[in-house]
Design a protein around this ligand. Structure first.
Ligand code: CUA
Length: 330
């Protein structure tokens, strides 16, 4: 495989390459077959005397069936194979290590849940699924690590969630794969895949700073979220403890999984999918909270859920109410 393809360093690299190789071989085979037949038939059946008129062929049931069934079978193989690779790539396992990514012109900012922050560099352990929750502060970027066969657009106004699992320690190129302005070509970096021991040593070295969940908890109080979303029942907004990963009953009768996308939407556009039993009084925070802030709030809400541990424990939640903060507009 390495003759055709760059290094394979993630669990799904060989699946992507296998499918890609199949597509290339099928395409090459039919291109050669058709190209050859065009030339051969042009020579073999060319008009040999000026008055020669070809006999018309009207129908051939066998031929029709053959050239329908063979392409149908081939594209069904591509479809089923492609769908299985697609599902493998798009479904993050529950046990993944969470990394939060902010893209902006022209750099990558990467945050670990324990508070380690990196610029244009990402350190991850080998053999461990890594889940990226990505946001853009300006235009569309695309997080691309060729050796992992990993590429995901980072689109402003929403989170892009994707994952990979590296299989070989080493240093791998990180590119921005979406033209994003003058210095797009400089928006590059490295992913360092380390053995678990080296990774632990890397985590231990360097002051990590405040954990992401703690930063989120601070923003939760700064934005006075806690004045309505208090722990006790009877508060003006629903309690957010244990929200992440749970199904939420909405006012319109539907239910929705409280994932990163739903939490984000509920902050910037609170009335889009309102929780059943609560009035539409929450103001929008569109433009009031940075992308970093939204990611930190998500990390904080995740830390309030008992579900699979996503990193070092978060700090204690903020006090339930803080009368010094102004209440949100009704
Ligand atoms: Cu960011 Cu191109």
């Amino acid at each position: 495989m390495n003759f055709f393809f760059p290094e394979e360093a993630s669990t799904f690299a060989r699946h992507v390459d296998g499918l890609y190789l199949f597509l290339i071989l099928v395409t090459a085979f039919f291109s050669l077959l058709i190209g050859t037949l065009v030339v051969v038939f042009a020579i073999k059946y060319h008009r040999k005397s000026p008055d020669e008129i070809a006999a018309e062929v009207h129908e051939s049931g066998v031929l029709e069936i053959v050239w329908t069934v063979i392409p149908f079978g081939l594209v069904m193989i591509m479809f089923v194979w492609g769908a299985s690779v697609y599902f493998r790539i798009t479904r993050p396992p529950g046990t993944a290590l969470d990394i939060y990514v902010t893209a902006k012109q022209w750099m990558w900012k990467l945050q670990h849940t324990d508070g380690h922050r990196e610029m244009n560099e990402l350190h991850v352990p080998v053999g461990q699924p890594v889940r990226l929750t990505m946001a853009s502060e300006d235009v569309i970027h695309s997080f691309y690590v060729p050796a992992f066969r990993f590429k995901r657009d980072v689109v402003p106004g929403r989170f892009s969630v994707a994952w990979f699992e590296a299989t070989k320690p080493g240093k791998y190129h990180l590119f921005c794969a979406e033209y994003c302005g003058t210095r797009h070509s400089n928006m590059i970096g490295w992913v360092y895949v380390m053995t678990p021991a080296d990774y632990q040593a890397w985590l231990a070295g360097g002051a990590p700073g405040e954990s992401l969940a703690a930063s989120g908890a601070r923003r939760f109080v700064e934005n006075a979220c806690n004045t309505c979303h208090a722990e006790q029942s009877g508060a003006r907004g629903p309690s957010l403890a244990g929200l992440y990963g749970r199904n939420v009953q909405l006012a319109n009768g539907q239910t929705v999984l409280a994932d990163e996308a739903y939490i984000r939407e509920s902050i910037v556009n609170p009335h889009a999918r309102l929780v059943a039993g609560y009035p539409p009084i929450m103001p929008t925070y569109q433009g009031l909270i940075t992308e970093d802030g939204l990611l930190q709030l998500v990390a904080y809400l995740k830390s309030l859920s008992p579900a699979p541990a996503t990193g070092p424990a978060a700090s204690s939640p903020p006090a339930a109410s803080n009368p010094e903060r102004k209440a949100p507009r009704p």
